[in-house]
Write a protein that binds this ligand. Structure first.
Ligand SMILES: C[S@@+](CC[C@H](N)C(=O)[O-])C[C@H]1O[C@@H](n2cnc3c(N)ncnc32)[C@H](O)[C@@H]1O
Length: 254
């Protein structure tokens, strides 16, 4: 099943990966303030190793639930929770395609770089919307479709056919090849520091499922579902063609 392939992939790739807390928090503050999250119930959908769950939990939320299908990532999150002494986070192995929560359960749903790795990104977004309270907010960071997407997809579809045991070495080689380009064209701050180029390449070119969208498609969907867009950021990474765009939107209508 595709979902299991994605979970296993992130068990290998993401479990050891921990972005820097301070840099991630800086980015989190582009969308939320400690005042806004006081006493809220938050879902971190596709939480990975859980750093954003920890950030929410450190700023006055009453409950944070981090869900993911990679048990390895969740275990790293559980260690992080212990390290920070945050008892009001729960890390659960669940798929965002079929959440075990009632309708309108959360005040905030945060899905950073995740829905595009499911076999049904639109279905995932609708499921996230289902569990969000009226008046609550959703944050979606989604891969951007650009004119270069077909090139990236060609590379990814070729590379994932190679035996898994070579993936690390191939990422190392690709990272070495790409590093002068990345250095030369450095345009903007990355959304999260603490990741090596090799890890980024592995995540970018070897992941089993990857979908891309244009911002307008997601905006149309959000508006159709009764949301008002509060914030839009066109890119989170260094290059538009390898970036997430981000929407923060509020559920204003039923
Ligand atoms: C690129 S990582 C992002 C992790 C985290 N949001 C962050 O920003 O650090 C994508 C995550 O989505 C998770 N994921 C993919 N499909 C999922 C699904 N159907 N349900 C829950 N999580 C899923 C993966 O296991 C992985 O941890």
């Amino acid at each position: 099943m595709d979902k299991d392939r994605v979970g296993k992939f992130y068990d290998v790739v993401w479990t050891q990966y921990l972005p820097e807390y301070r840099e991630s928090e800086k980015h989190w503050r582009l969308f939320y303030s400690p005042e806004e999250v006081q006493n809220t119930r938050v879902l971190d959908a596709g939480c990975g190793t859980g750093l954003f769950s920890v950030i929410f939990a450190s700023h006055g939320t009453s409950q944070v639930v981090g869900i993911d299908i990679s048990e390895g990532s969740l275990n790293t999150g559980r260690k992080l929770k212990k390290k920070f002494g945050l008892n009001h986070i729960a890390f659960q192995n669940e798929s965002m395609l079929n959440l075990p929560f009632p309708d309108e359960h959360f005040d905030i749903v945060w899905a950073w770089g995740t829905v595009h790795h499911t076999e049904d990104p639109i279905g995932s977004i609708k499921e996230l919307i289902r569990v969000l309270k009226r008046g609550g907010s959703i944050l979606l960071a989604v891969y951007t479709r650009t004119r270069l997407t077909f090139v990236h997809e060609l590379i990814r579809k070729t590379l994932i056919r190679t035996p898994r045991k070579y993936w690390r070495s191939l990422s190392r080689i690709l990272a070495a090849v790409l590093s002068p380009v990345v250095y030369f064209f450095k345009k903007r701050e990355k959304s999260r520091k603490g990741e090596t180029l090799e890890e980024l390449v592995l995540d970018w070119y070897f992941v089993p499922i990857r979908h891309y969208f244009r911002p307008q498609e997601i905006q149309n969907l959000l508006e159709k579902e009764g949301f008002t867009v509060e914030k839009f950021l066109p890119a989170s990474g260094r290059f538009d063609s390898t970036s997430n765009f981000i929407f923060k939107a509020r559920k204003t209508n039923p």
